[in-house]
Design a protein around this ligand. Structure first.
Ligand code: SME
Length: 141
């Protein structure tokens, strides 16, 4: 499928769409691995700007997903000790890895101002979103 939108524009649209259409998604962003430096780097996002544009592997919820390769659902951020606060209004978070050819190359990170809002429906939906993102990154389709 040919498209005139760049990869960056597509990822930005995904962030904007998710944040505007899903009431409990208050901040939506993509972090991608900088493999040589073992850090995550913030790419496109929708919501309040964050200071955390670089996150070392292992640090925070995002950094943990970079090494675990697994979904991380946080119903209540106050209950996490390895957590990086971006905003005092955030109560919960979900991070789903993006795989390309079976390799974890980044993630979608969603913050919510609602306590315990994420269900398995969010996980399945966001896994699908991330698989589409994987295709965009490889083929721009
Ligand atoms: N809370 C994340 C940091 C990223 S901000 O939510 C945008 C974490 O603990 O990794």
């Amino acid at each position: 499928l040919h498209s005139t939108l760049s990869t960056e524009e597509k990822l930005q649209s995904i962030c904007d769409l998710l944040r505007s259409k899903v009431t409990h998604y208050d901040w939506v962003g993509f972090y991608f691995h900088k493999e040589d430096e073992k850090v995550l780097e913030l790419a496109q996002y929708s919501g309040t700007p964050t200071d955390h544009t670089i996150i070392p592997f292992g640090k925070g919820i995002c950094g943990q997903v970079a090494v675990s390769n697994q979904n991380f659902v946080v119903p209540d951020v106050k209950a996490q000790d390895n957590y990086i606060a971006c905003s005092l209004t955030v109560k919960s978070e979900i991070v789903i890895p993006v795989f390309v050819n079976g390799k974890n190359i980044g993630q979608i990170d969603i913050d919510s101002e609602t306590l315990n809002p994420f269900t398995e429906k969010d996980e399945r939906f966001l896994e699908w979103v991330c698989s589409e993102v994987g295709k965009i990154l490889v083929l721009n389709c």
